[in-house]
Design a protein around this ligand. Structure first.
Ligand code: SF4
Length: 446
C-alpha cells in the first residue's frame, strides 16, 4: 500500500482533547505528513473523541459513518479513533465501526504513527490502549492552532470520582507535572512568541498533591505569570480544592485572567453528596463572595446538571438560588444523562424527562438573565482585549476576548489586515452588550 502523505484531525470535547490533537498533528507533521482540510484529501483521518457527554458518542458515530463513501473512493485511507472513547471501548470499537482501522487511547498517543503504519502494512485493523500513562506525551512535538496561544498541561487524570463522570476511568489517576518543567515550557513559549497560555488539568487546584515538597497551584500561577506572558488562564477548578492562596495569587498577578470556571453542578447539598462532589452550597457561595471581594470585576462561569437521579423540586430550587446569588457570567447547563461505567448510571429514582426539561428551561432563562445583566454592567468600561483574528461569521469584524473571557467584536479598520491584530492586546471601549458578545472600539494598544 502507498505511504501516507496527508492527514486530518477532528476533535470533540474538552480543552485537554484539543491539546492532545495538537500533539497528534505535531507528531504527524514531524513524520513528514501534510495537514489537509477535507477528508477526501486525507490518507489518514484521526478522530480525537470525548465520552463525557452523550451527544459526543452520537456525533462520532455520525462522522465516522459519513466517511464510508469517501473511504471507498480513496482506497488505503485509514480512519483512527483516539481520545476517551478509544480508551473506554478499545478493540470493541472495531466491531461497532467496521471501517475504522486504528483505535488508540489517552495514554498512548505517542504510538499513533506506529499503529497507523502497522494497520497499513498488515492491511488489517489494530487496537491498542494502555491502563496508565508515563507522562511521555508532555514531550511530543505539537502544532499549535494559534502561534500566540498554547495549552500547557500541568496535571493529567483525576482522583475525584464524581459519581456521574467517566474521566477518572479513561484518563487515569491524577499525576502532576514537575514545577520546573511547567515554568521552563512557558519560558520557551514566550521566546517562541506565545503571549497567552491556558494551564490545563481536570482539577488544576489540586496540582502538586502527588509530588512531595513541590510548590502548589498558587505558586505555579505566580511563576508562570512572571515568565513574560500577557495572559494566563486555567481550567478546570474544583470548588473543594480552590484555596485562599490561589485566590490571592489571582488577585495579585495582573497577567492571570479575571475569569474563573468553577463548576457547581447543583445547589442542593443532598444532590452534591450523591454526586460525590465533597462541598456544600454554602461553601461554594462563600468562595464566590471571596472571589468577588478579592478580584473586583472577575467573571465566573460554571457547569450545572439538572435532573440528577433523586433531584426534587426543593433541590432544584436550591440550584436556582445559587444561580441568583453567584451572578454567573456564563453557565454550561445539562440534563443528566447516564454515562456507562459510572455509579450514577445505575441509580434508581430517575427524574422524568419532562420534569427535567422544565427545570432545564427555567435554569437557562435564569442564566441568560444573569449573563445579560453582567454584560450590561460592562457598558462604558475599557477592557484589555486579546484579538484572535476576524470573526468566523463576519470578516469585517475582529474578534477577541477580554481578561474575563468575554467575546468582543470590533470593526476591522479599513485597509487593515487581521494579522496586524491577531495575538495582540488592545484597550477597547465597550459600547454594546449582547448576550453572547460585547461590541466596542479600540482606544489604544494595551
Ligand atoms: S473532578 Fe469530577 S467531574 Fe471533574 S474530571 Fe474529575 S471526576 Fe470528572
Amino acid at each position: 500500500m502507498p505511504a501516507m502523505k496527508t492527514f486530518l484531525v477532528r476533535t470533540f470535547g474538552c480543552q485537554m482533547n484539543k491539546h492532545d490533537s495538537e500533539r497528534v498533528s505535531g507528531m504527524l507533521l514531524s513524520a513528514g505528513l501534510t495537514l489537509v482540510e477535507e477528508p477526501a484529501d486525507a490518507d489518514a483521518v484521526i478522530f480525537m473523541t470525548c465520552c463525557v457527554r452523550e451527544n459526543a458518542d452520537v456525533r462520532l458515530l455520525g462522522q465516522v459513518a459519513s466517511l464510508k463513501s469517501i473511504k471507498a473512493a480513496r482506497p488505503g485511507q485509514l480512519i483512527a479513533v483516539g481520545g476517551c472513547i478509544g480508551q473506554r471501548d478499545g478493540a470493541a470499537l472495531l466491531d461497532e465501526l467496521r471501517h475504522v482501522d486504528v483505535v488508540f487511547g489517552t495514554h498512548n498517543i505517542a504510538r499513533l504513527p506506529a499503529l497507523l503504519d502497522s494497520a497499513r502494512e498488515a492491511r488489517r485493523p489494530v487496537a491498542e490502549t494502555l491502563n496508565a500513562g508515563d507522562g511521555s506525551t508532555f514531550d511530543l512535538p505539537l502544532e499549535r492552532e494559534h502561534p500566540w496561544h498554547a495549552w500547557v498541561p500541568i496535571t493529567v487524570g483525576c482522583d475525584n470520582f464524581c459519581s456521574y463522570c467517566i474521566v477518572p476511568h479513561v484518563r487515569g489517576r491524577e499525576r502532576s507535572r514537575a514545577f520546573e518543567e511547567i515554568v521552563s515550557e512557558c519560558e520557551r513559549l514566550v521566546t517562541d512568541g506565545v503571549v497567552s497560555v491556558t494551564l490545563l488539568g481536570q482539577n488544576v487546584n489540586s496540582y502538586g498533591r502527588d509530588l512531595y515538597g513541590q510548590p502548589r497551584f498558587a505558586e505555579v500561577l505566580r511563576a508562570v505569570a512572571s515568565t513574560g506572558l500577557g495572559r494566563v488562564s486555567f481550567a478546570t477548578s474544583h470548588p473543594k480544592d480552590l484555596s485562599d492562596a490561589t485566590i490571592a495569587a489571582m488577585a495579585e498577578t495582573s497577567q492571570v485572567a479575571r475569569y474563573l470556571h468553577l463548576p457547581v453542578q447543583s445547589g442542593s447539598d443532598q444532590v452534591l453528596a450523591a454526586m460525590n462532589r465533597r462541598y456544600t452550597k454554602e461553601h461554594y457561595l462563600g468562595l464566590v463572595e471571596r472571589l468577588y471581594t478579592a478580584i473586583p470585576g472577575i467573571a465566573l462561569s460554571t457547569d450545572i446538571i439538572v435532573g440528577y437521579p433523586g433531584e426534587t423540586d426543593a433541590d432544584f430550587a436550591e440550584t436556582m438560588e445559587v444561580v441568583a446569588r453567584a451572578r454567573f457570567d456564563q453557565a454550561f447547563t445539562f440534563i443528566f444523562s447516564p454515562r456507562a461505567e459510572t455509579p450514577a448510571a445505575s441509580l434508581p429514582d430517575t427524574v422524568p424527562r419532562e420534569v427535567a426539561q422544565e427545570r432545564f428551561d427555567a435554569l437557562v432563562d435564569a442564566v441568560q438573565r444573569s449573563v445579560v445583566s453582567k454584560n450590561a454592567a460592562l457598558l462604558g468600561s475599557v477592557q484589555d482585549v486579546l484579538f484572535e483574528g476576524v470573526s468566523k461569521r463576519d470578516e469585517t469584524m475582529l474578534a477577541g476576548r477580554t481578561s474575563g473571557n468575554k467575546v468582543v467584536h470590533v470593526a476591522l479598520p479599513e485597509g487593515a489586515d487581521e494579522s496586524e491584530f491577531a495575538g495582540r492586546f488592545f484597550r477597547v471601549h465597550i459600547d454594546e452588550a449582547q448576550t453572547w458578545f460585547l461590541g466596542g472600539y479600540i482606544v489604544s494598544g494595551a
